[in-house]
Design a protein around this ligand. Structure first.
Ligand SMILES: [Zn+2]
Length: 95
């Protein structure tokens, strides 16, 4: 079955206007598909990036803590532990 042929107003490529084609009728499927990320996708990506940042920070604090423990610097180790706990709590609250 033949569909009406159109010329895309964005890229000037001919395309078939199918009834289920999403987007505008004067734009080809490639041009009418959303290129911009949806707000929720941006939010999710930001949240994931933040989560990874915090995770990396926790890893680095855990290494510092181990190092301080090895040198017998208990107050430094305790400080690292407190910061790790704070970050974990922050992460739980944010997710
Ligand atoms: Zn196009």
């Amino acid at each position: 079955m033949a569909y009406p042929s159109r010329i895309c107003v964005v890229c000037s490529e001919p395309f078939e206007l199918k009834p289920d084609k999403p987007g505008f009728a004067n734009q080809c499927p490639a041009c009418s598909s959303p290129k911009r990320l949806e707000p929720w996708e941006v939010r999710r990506a930001n949240r994931e990036r933040k989560r990874l940042e915090i995770e990396a920070k926790i890893q680095s604090l855990a290494a510092d803590k181990q190092c301080a423990e090895g040198r017998g610097q208990e107050s430094v180790a305790a400080d690292c532990e407190a910061r790790i706990k704070w970050l974990r709590r922050y992460q739980r609250a944010a997710s």
